[in-house]
Design a protein around this ligand. Structure first.
Ligand SMILES: NC(=O)c1ccc[n+]([C@@H]2O[C@H](COP(=O)([O-])OP(=O)(O)OC[C@H]3O[C@@H](n4cnc5c(N)ncnc54)[C@H](O)[C@@H]3O)[C@@H](O)[C@H]2O)c1
Length: 448
């Protein structure tokens, strides 16, 4: 497969110190303007798309122009069509983009494998884009989304809405206030049991495509053809299948690692290595541990920062990693611990963070930061009011990191060395091949 990887100079500018933070600057000619209304098109109006749509449309300055779903049933297109009766209805997102004059922004809430194809095409038309997490399905796509946002100077926001919750904002403020000192290590985990299938083989045969699903081919999109099987992929269960989803790390990494990235100003790891069971040909594993090394930042101690991710039913990080936290303290089912030179911070997913040793911090004034509305923040930024905090200049590198971890899960035991600027795993060709993927003929995205 031949891929046009981005020019090195352009990429270098993304990773230059401070450049990531400056990404949201948009061309003011493109933003709608504070007194104008924003017109949105929603692609994938069911599942999480329902809260994306109603969340952005909650702004009194937003009109819903277009609704797109491959499934016309009540939970998917139906309820959105009832709530927004003036919006045009579509089953094919390419037809939505053909009608580009009728909206300024696109919400992408489809399964992961279609985020980049739809998001890139929308940005190439100069549309602002709100896209669900993880931003993309591959590392290469994440780079492309960041490059496109910069090139087309559009407003962007990834849908990791918990970033805007007071819990995560407070965790970032505590680290920036220096309460735990420079951070020596991070442990992050998701110990919940996913409700979607993992570690299974593809079921035999096919089922008739139900009449409410307009077009199974549309749902497959860029992914290789496969027959429809009821309740196996659409809706929701696609997460466990590698052609469509990104496993437990992909599902939660862009949430749980987000306050760590924000607090420590991380960009790209230099090394990734995973422990995981042998992976089945098409699905994700039931557990994984991924060890990253990041270059030092102003908020980390030492020459590099070790960050370890754990997923699997009931897992947390090993207790011996936390000498500041007594065994009697129950760790959250999902979250992170940042181990600093002056103390440790437990950041649950999602609750206010806690400082340890508890007695050391009992009389310390701890900053508390109010939450903001992640969706309305996007709508406002499109109208020229303020910036988004999970713009693709930030969400791209975060998603690259998460997707690199998923490559590690596919190649357990391999120590992978990552050159972010070149977008290359420098020591493992099998891993490098997983930085991108083949696309179905006729569905190849148009790269930046
Ligand atoms: N931010 C969060 O907290 C959060 C929570 C859940 C899901 N998500 C993300 O939201 C996305 C959707 O997840 P979900 O659980 O809602 O999945 P889902 O399968 O339940 O819903 C996806 C919706 O998109 C529609 N759809 C699928 N392909 C389409 C296409 N090509 N064109 C138009 N519509 C299409 C489906 O019919 C369905 O209505 C995923 O990327 C997921 O990771 C984020």
């Amino acid at each position: 497969m031949s891929l046009r990887f981005p020019r090195r100079t352009f990429v270098r500018s993304i990773f230059a110190a401070g450049a990531v933070a400056s990404f949201p600057a948009v061309s003011w000619a493109r933003v709608a303007g504070a007194n104008e209304r924003l017109r949105i098109a929603s692609v994938g109006t069911g599942g999480k798309g329902w809260s994306d749509l109603t969340g952005v449309a909650a702004s009194q300055y937003v009109d819903v122009a277009a609704l797109c779903n491959i499934d016309s049933s009540e939970k998917h297109l139906g309820q959105a069509a009832v709530k927004y009766p003036d919006a045009k209805q579509y089953s094919d997102w390419r037809k939505v983009l053909d009608d580009a004059g009728s909206f300024n922004a696109v919400l992408v809430s489809t399964p992961d494998h279609m985020h980049a194809p739809i998001g890139l095409a929308a940005m190439q038309l100069g549309k602002h884009v709100f896209c669900q997490k993880p931003l993309t399905h591959t590392v290469h796509e994440a780079r492309q989304m960041a490059l496109a946002a910069a090139k087309y100077k559009v407003v962007t926001q990834m849908g990791n809405q918990i970033q805007s919750h007071e819990a995560y904002r407070t965790a970032v403020a505590i680290v920036h206030a220096g309460l735990i000192g420079k951070v020596k290590a991070v442990h992050s985990w998701q110990g919940g049991k996913p409700r979607w299938p993992r570690d299974i083989e593809r079921p035999a045969g096919s089922d008739p495509v139900p009449s409410n699903v307009a077009n199974w081919d549309q749902w497959l999109g860029v992914a290789p053809e496969r027959p429809y099987k009821a309740e196996i992929y659409h809706p929701f269960n696609w997460r466990g299948w590698r052609d469509f989803g990104t496993g437990q790390l992909g599902d939660f990494g862009c949430h749980i690692l987000d306050p760590v990235f924000k607090a420590l100003k991380l960009t790209s790891p230099t090394k990734v290595e995973a422990d995981a069971p042998k992976i089945k040909p098409e699905t994700w594993t039931t557990w994984a541990t991924v060890r990253y090394q990041f270059p030092k930042t102003e908020y980390t101690a030492g020459d590099s920062l070790p960050l370890t991710w754990y997923d699997g039913e009931g897992v947390t990080a090993p207790r011996e990693a936390f000498k500041d936290i007594p065994e009697s303290v129950k760790l959250p089912g999902a979250g992170s611990v940042l181990v600093g030179e002056k103390g440790s911070l437990v950041v649950p997913h999602v609750a206010l963070p806690t400082l340890f040793p508890a007695d050391k911090f009992s009389s310390v004034e701890v900053p508390k930061v109010a939450g903001v509305d992640h969706y309305v923040q996007f709508a406002d930024a499109c109208r020229g009011m303020g910036d988004t905090t999970s713009h693709f200049g930030y969400a791209g590198p975060l998603t690259e990191t998460v997707m690199l971890g998923t490559i590690g899960v596919r190649l357990p035991g391999e120590s992978l060395t990552w050159d972010a600027e070149a977008l290359r795993v420098t020591n493992n060709e099998a891993a490098q091949a997983m930085v991108s993927k083949p696309y179905r003929k006729g569905w190849e995205p148009s790269w930046v």
